[in-house]
Write a protein that binds this ligand. Structure first.
Ligand code: UD1
Ligand code: MG
Length: 449
């Protein structure tokens, strides 16, 4: 039964309004603050251009600041419904009670902000000091502890549903328990770093973040009860959800409940302004770039995805949106873990004569170990890398750097920087399409219900 609507501030409208503001602020502030960053030494040379003028670096700090400040300003709007509802009752002089105010949701929100702030700090420190891998890997794990505690407090699910063919072995559900928490904390490290290592051409970092954020938004919209009356306060929307979910969109979904809708609204509140700052920044970062995102942008966007994936309980679906990043990470492993030499920059090689990009190479100063040679030959047989072999000794002398960008260049031939970033964006979109097919199409074959 629907409850009488009461006057309330439409939170989703507000979130949309805030996002428009975030977009305008980013578009306006990035070029205005650029010279200040250059003066402070935060600048970089565009590796794939002939000109040498400094480009402001770490401009992701501007995006992160706008994003986080607006998320903080949004708090009164997100939590206005219970306050207004209380104001509508006769007990106003008593103040709102602990039971009436959604403290749990507030702790979800605040712990998320905390994680985003730590990611910003880490990203900026990395831009300034170039932190070593072994030092920066554990930091997002620590940053995810508040998220995990909130997840635990809500008795968050740690079960995974076993695919039909394996059920005779494991049963229907397996409880991963603490391992599930390890997995979620690793998710935050993965999300932050995987965007950062798929970088180096104009627009690459921010366009990945933009497409992933749009995919998350699309996924969230599937869980709202349609038609959504967004003027409804959250908790009433929940009751309505129980009545209306089960329509076309939710076919094949496990269940539709008030919490489910609330979680996905929470995710929307964090993703809408992220999309806005990404679009604003992409305008300045698009080929030829006038601003560089720096590690700050990679870390903040990555952490924002980990936050919504964990808090809105769709971390496995989220991972499906990271298909190009997972591929790039797996391909990079031999270089990341020291089996193959890893130069400071693995970006493609720029040829000023033709204005085209070619796969860049890593040189072997010493003979590669047996294991490295084995892996490289295996990769080369799948055309993931191209090797230069000594004609007499059969030793590996050079290998193309193990990144998805070099892989595209190997497969599709040399192309200019703008075309390469477009290829990357297409692969990200294709990955998301696959993700939706796997999640909502194939899942029905492997899982029941
Ligand atoms: C990561 C990659 C590195 C890649 C670099 C490019 C790994 C392990 N590390 O390192 O291989 O070369 O990102 O960002 O894979 N730059 C451009 N054009 C761009 C963006 C960046 O030329 O569109 C250059 C600029 O010189 C800029 C620098 O890259 O100053 C930033 O590199 P940084 O983010 O510090 O590199 P890492 O994240 O450490
Ligand atoms: Mg970087």
């Amino acid at each position: 039964p629907l409850i009488e609507p009461i006057p309330t501030v439409p939170a989703l409208y507000s979130s949309f309004g805030f996002s428009i503001f975030a977009f305008l602020a980013t578009i306006y502030l990035v070029p205005r603050l650029g010279p200040t960053f250059v003066k402070a030494g935060l600048q970089g040379k565009d590796l794939l251009k002939t000109y040498k003028n400094p480009i402001p670096e770490s401009q992701g700090l501007i995006c992160a600041s706008i994003y986080i400040l607006l998320l903080i300003l949004f708090i009164p709007f997100a939590f206005s419904a219970p306050l207004l509802q209380h104001a509508g009752t006769k007990k106003t002089h008593e103040g709102i009670s602990v039971e009436e105010f959604p403290h749990y949701q507030l702790s979800v929100y605040l712990s998320s902000l905390l994680s985003l702030l730590i990611a910003t700090m880490l990203g900026f420190l990395d831009d300034v000091f170039d932190i070593r891998w072994r030092h920066k890997l554990p930091i997002p794990i620590i940053a995810s502890i508040p998220l995990l505690i909130v997840y635990y407090a809500e008795r968050g699910n740690t079960h995974v549903v076993v695919p039909l063919p394996l059920r005779f072995l494991f049963g229907t559900l397996v409880n991963l328990g603490p391992l599930y928490y390890v997995y979620m904390s690793l998710l935050s490290t993965f999300a932050t770093n995987s965007i950062n290592i798929l970088a180096g051409i104009n627009g690459s970092e921010v366009s990945q973040a933009l497409i992933i954020a749009l995919s998350v938004i699309l996924n969230d919209l599937l869980y709202l009860p349609w038609p959504v009356d967004i003027r409804m306060p959250l908790h009433l929307l929940g009751d309505k959800a129980e009545v209306e979910i089960g329509g076309v969109w939710s076919a094949g979904m496990a269940y539709g409940s008030r919490e489910l809708v609330e979680r996905h609204l929470f995710s929307l509140y964090f993703m809408l302004p992220l999309v806005a700052v990404c679009i604003g920044f992409l305008y300045h970062n698009w080929y030829p770039a006038r601003a560089f995102p720096g590690d700050t942008l990679c870390y903040v966007t990555g952490m924002a995805f980990a936050v919504v994936g964990i808090q809105a309980h769709f971390s496995k679906t989220l991972l499906l949106f990271f298909i190009p990043q997972i591929f790039n990470f797996l391909l990079s492993c031999p270089q990341l873990f020291g089996l193959v030499p890893c130069p400071r920059h693995r970006v493609p090689r720029f040829d000023p004569e033709t204005n085209l990009l070619y796969p860049s190479k890593t040189l072997f100063e010493r003979e590669p170990s047996k294991l490295s040679a084995l892996i490289l030959r295996l990769f080369s047989s799948f055309r993931l890398t191209e090797l230069t072999i000594h004609p007499n000794t059969d030793n590996i002398l050079e290998a193309t750097n193990l990144t998805i960008l070099n892989f595209f260049l190997l497969r599709l031939g040399p192309m200019n920087e703008k075309r390469l970033v477009q290829v990357l964006m297409c692969s990200q979109v294709a990955g998301s399409v696959c993700a939706f097919v796997v999640r909502y199409g194939l899942a029905g074959l492997v899982y029941d219900g």
